[in-house]
Design a binder for this molecule. Structure first.
Ligand SMILES: Nc1ncnc2c1ncn2[C@@H]1O[C@H](COP(=O)(O)OP(=O)(O)OP(=O)(O)O)[C@@H](O)[C@H]1O
Ligand SMILES: [Mg+2]
Length: 264
């Protein structure tokens, strides 16, 4: 279970002023829940994921994962428990290294005592079995440098790398946004399969409202650093993209009205 309490992050923007990217976010995600995160540009989605992964320190608030307060943990220590896939296929994998070297590094990630990065025969067989599930033929390309793979193959590999140690939490930040629509759907199908097979607690950011409703069990919407919509269960199951848009507009409208009332 992931529990965020009063999580807040500001960035200096020059002239002595600050931008509040994440503002007093309270969020509880039960173990095994798959949450999709939507919101316009600059809403604070990536910052929220970066706070959870330890890339950024919060100004205020706490992060608890499976009952352990990890707020003071560094990024490397958290990496043993948190898998990540980013938008850029180049970011999750090392291009100049081979497929099996990448998998080997991922397997050792966050472990204090390294298994050694050398690829033994037993490990190679395990990697082959993992890759065969992708049905992309990568199991025959263990010695291929990752730079020679397509964007979709690379993102699929990133996903396998992020999940092969069965992390307590999986963070996906627009991991299909750089792919063509057909490949994006293939990577989403793989995402769904891996998440359900391992029962992973997952946060997936997307700009695609259809994908947000298609994937996972719950959808949250961020706006100006806050969670302004949180839907799950029967309410979500009956929702269309236009319902979602309408709810968003209404939330924003109400906020503006509130602010005017307060100022008035
Ligand atoms: N490292 C940083 N330094 C300064 N400001 C930042 C930094 N990271 C994010 N911000 C600011 O914080 C706000 C939230 O940014 P964030 O990247 O979290 O948004 P987002 O919801 O992920 O947007 P997008 O959909 O465009 O990816 C923005 O105003 C952004 O400019
Ligand atoms: Mg972002």
């Amino acid at each position: 279970m992931l529990v965020l309490k009063q999580l807040t992050k500001t960035f200096p923007v020059g002239g002595g002023s600050v931008k509040t990217a994440v503002s007093d976010v309270n969020l509880t995600i039960p173990t095994g829940q798959f949450v999709t995160v939507i919101g316009s540009n600059g809403a604070g989605k990536s910052t929220l994921l970066n706070l959870i992964s330890g890339r950024h320190w919060p100004d205020y608030g706490s992060i608890e994962l499976n009952g352990v307060d990890i707020t003071a943990w560094g990024e490397h220590r958290r990496a043993a428990y948190i898998g990540r896939v980013f938008q850029d296929p180049l970011q999750g994998t090392a291009g100049s290294m081979t497929v099996e070297e990448n998998l080997s590094i991922a397997e050792c990630r966050g472990r204090r005592r390294s298994l050694g990065r050398g690829v033994t025969r037993a490990r190679r067989e395990r990697y082959k079995a993992l890759l065969a599930q992708l049905e992309l033929g990568l199991e025959h390309r263990l010695k291929t440098p990752v730079a020679e793979l397509s964007g979709g193959q690379r993102q699929s590999l990133s996903l396998i790398m992020a999940t092969m140690t069965r992390p307590s939490l999986l963070l996906l930040d627009e991991h299909t946004a750089a792919l063509d629509p057909k490949t994006a759907l293939q990577v989403l199908a793989l995402t769904r399969r891996v998440v359900s097979e391992y029962g992973l607690t997952t946060l997936m950011v997307t700009h695609n409202l259809e994908h947000a409703l298609l994937m996972g069990d719950r959808t949250i919407m961020m706006h100006e650093g806050q969670i302004v919509l949180d839907v799950a269960g029967a309410e979500r199951a009956g929702m269309t993209v236009s319902d979602l848009l309408e709810r968003f507009t209404r939330t924003r409208g109400e906020r503006i009205v509130d602010e005017r009332l307060l100022l008035g």
